[in-house]
Every structure is written in structure tokens, then in C-alpha cells.
Design a protein around this ligand. Structure first.
Ligand code: PRP
Length: 218
């Protein structure tokens, strides 16, 4: 059977990814969260994992350096899905992409007045598309993390960021003022891998699909 490489996002999503992989029969030989290793073999014959920064997962899959990847819809929207086959919503990493401001900022009024609003985000493309669709002109400031600081520090009026429990917004005195879209993690596949390694790849996709469907049941 052809060897397969699955690219995973490190960070919070990895905690939810590993149990799903286990349900699909893919168990790492060592815990990638406890190791500095970037390539981790699994107990599934021929299947290895590479552990990447989330935003690099689609790039590895697009170029075929990994056959599969698991990445959030937020990451895929920013990267674009050209050269990626996207067969399954895995139902993990569920959160929402929102616009948030300091709780004392009058967002509705600024929007109504047509004020020039500054928005800090790591999701530059998605934020631009969201505001353009609403006919709003905003200045988008690109940040790489800790977006919640930007309105407090006076860098921006608002942020576009992910909200899961809401604890980070709350802890920093921010509130969500617009909901952009729900987010969850997707399986992405290199189309060439699916063609050339179909005998190995198809059962793995099917196993992940079954595992995701099994978890979706109440
Ligand atoms: C994400 C997101 C928020 C936080 C929201 O950051 O950017 O800061 O989680 O989660 P909550 O609603 O449960 O508090 P993450 O911790 O993934 O790190 P990042 O800043 O590197 O994106």
C-alpha cells in the first residue's frame, strides 16, 4: 500500500483531532503534543502525521507534500481552496468568526455614520470580503495573534476573530457585534494523491467520514 501523510494543525484543534483520528483507527506512536518531533508515525500501516502551524496545512496538501490535511474553515478561506479537494466537514473545532469591539464602542453608530473603521485581524481576506459585501469601507490591519489587544490598545476599532467559549472576549472587555460565519475543521485532500494512491487514500477518507458521522450523533 502507498504511504500516506496527514498534515495536522497544532494548537487547540489538535486536541480535538487526535480522538477523531483514533476513532478512525489512526493512533500516533507518540503524543505529538508532548514531542518536538514534526513527523510522527502511527500504528496504521504506512500512515504518518506531520504537525504544522495551522496556516501551513493547506500549502503542504496543495503541493502534495502531504496527501491529506485537517484545517479550520477559517484557514481554508484565507488560503483559498485551489488545488484542494475538500470532501468532509469533520465537525470538530467548532467556533464562530465574529466582529468584536470594546463593550463601550458604539459599533452600530459608526457603521450608520459611514465612519472609517479600522479592523485588526489575521483573517484579512475574509474580513475584506465580509465588509465589502456590506458595502462598508474599512481599513484592515494584519495581525498574527492576540487580536483582542488591538481595540484595547487603540490600534483598531474592531477585530475579526474566532470565538469559541467567549472567555477571551470577556476577559478583555470586548463584545461580539456581528456574526460572520460558523467555522469547523475540514478534511482536505491532494487531488493527485486521491488519484494515484486511491487504494490507500479512499479507505482513510471513508474511515474519517464514519468517525465524524459517529461523533455527530446525539
Ligand atoms: C483563538 C482566537 C481567540 C480565542 C477564542 O485563539 O483567536 O483569541 O481562541 O477562544 P474563546 O472564545 O474560547 O476564548 P487561540 O487561542 O487559538 O490562539 P491564536 O491567538 O494563536 O489564534
Amino acid at each position: 500500500m502507498a504511504p500516506l501523510t496527514l498534515a495536522l494543525s497544532k494548537g487547540r484543534l489538535l486536541d480535538e483531532t487526535l480522538p477523531l483520528l483514533a476513532d478512525a483507527g489512526i493512533v500516533p506512536r507518540e503524543d505529538p503534543r508532548a514531542s518536538r518531533k514534526l513527523i510522527v508515525e502511527t500504528q496504521a500501516p504506512g500512515v504518518s502525521l506531520v504537525i504544522l502551524r495551522a496556516s501551513d496545512v493547506p500549502t503542504y496538501v496543495q503541493y502534495g507534500a502531504a496527501d491529506f490535511g485537517i484545517a479550520g474553515k477559517d484557514v481554508l478561506l484565507e488560503h483559498g481552496t485551489e488545488g484542494l479537494y475538500q470532501p468532509i466537514d469533520l465537525g470538530i473545532g467548532r467556533c464562530r468568526l465574529v466582529v468584536a469591539t470594546c463593550s463601550d464602542y458604539d459599533w452600530a453608530r459608526s457603521v450608520q455614520r459611514g465612519a472609517r473603521i479600522r479592523v485588526a485581524t489575521k483573517y484579512v481576506r475574509t474580513a475584506r470580503e465580509h465588509f465589502a459585501a456590506k458595502g462598508m469601507h474599512v481599513d484592515v490591519i494584519h495581525l498574527y495573534g492576540s487580536m483582542e489587544l488591538a481595540p484595547i490598545a487603540g490600534l483598531a476599532d474592531a477585530i475579526v476573530d474566532l470565538v469559541s467559549t467567549g472567555n477571551t472576549l470577556k476577559a478583555n472587555g470586548l463584545v461580539a457585534v456581528e456574526d460572520i460565519m460558523p467555522i469547523s475543521a475540514r478534511l482536505v485532500v491532494n487531488p493527485g494523491s486521491l488519484k494515484l494512491k486511491r487504494d490507500a487514500a479512499k479507505p482513510l477518507i471513508d474511515a474519517l467520514e464514519r468517525a465524524a458521522a459517529g461523533r455527530a450523533k446525539p
